[in-house]
Ligand binder design. Sequence first.
Ligand code: NAP
Length: 237
Amino acid sequence: MRKILISGASRGIGKAITLKLLKEGHLLSIGVRNKEDLINTPLDPKSNNPDSFLVHTYNATDKKSSKKWVEKTVEAFKGIDTIIHCAGILKRTNLIFSDNEIQDIEDLWKVNVIGPWILTRDAWKYLSINNSARIIVLVSMSGKRSKGNLAAYSMSKFALMSLCQTMRNEGWGKGIRVTAICPGWVNTDMAKGINYFPKEEMTQTDDIATICSNLLDLPNSSVPFEITVNCQLETTF
Ligand SMILES: NC(=O)c1ccc[n+]([C@@H]2O[C@H](COP(=O)([O-])OP(=O)(O)OC[C@H]3O[C@@H](n4cnc5c(N)ncnc54)[C@H](OP(=O)(O)O)[C@@H]3O)[C@@H](O)[C@H]2O)c1
């Protein structure tokens, strides 16, 4: 049984992972922007229970919100041994962007890179004393190759991948193992504007949840650093 912080659990990939890991008996502390979004769902904050799950307010753009979330979680669970970073945004900002798109680039940087960096920093001392902690990060194939014209999104995901490599380097001796999951299209709100590829042929959220669950079963000696998940043929692995 792990004590897990998970961001981006209100929808999409994060929600699927949360529901699966809850069923498997892990303790989950869910960080969401609006707790109200979860009312009358299986993650209703009114069912907050330190023996199964907690819901906290977390906004990746607010530098202070992760510290509070981490502290409240440690108080309730008596520790944290896993972080799963699922919060993220996609903006279709091209290389030659217009003046009013500079904000999109800044938002991508804040949510996709600085947010997970600060959350990891704030939880690091708890992960470090565990000797078999895990950090799972939803990166993307866009963190491995730049395809099409998603310049700003790809920039943020390459930076996130670099952060994953550093977390791995600095955490290795403390038993922290890091995995960057790199999917192509996953059938969530983020991919709903994709019309050239059928939704049912995209990777499904439950399959990413299965990958996460399997990762958590592996010992320190066998955790893969990078998992590419392709629903279309890619020439970069
Ligand atoms: N879907 C894909 O095709 C795909 C492919 C590769 C990688 N990924 C990556 O996988 C991760 C999850 O994506 P998804 O498909 O599940 O997306 P999604 O369905 O759009 O969900 C995004 C999640 O991130 C949260 N979020 C957004 N901005 C936030 C902020 N400022 N602070 C805290 N939480 C914030 C959202 O919360 P709210 O409900 O409050 O908005 C939501 O829970 C992202 O990092 C994404 O880049 C997705």
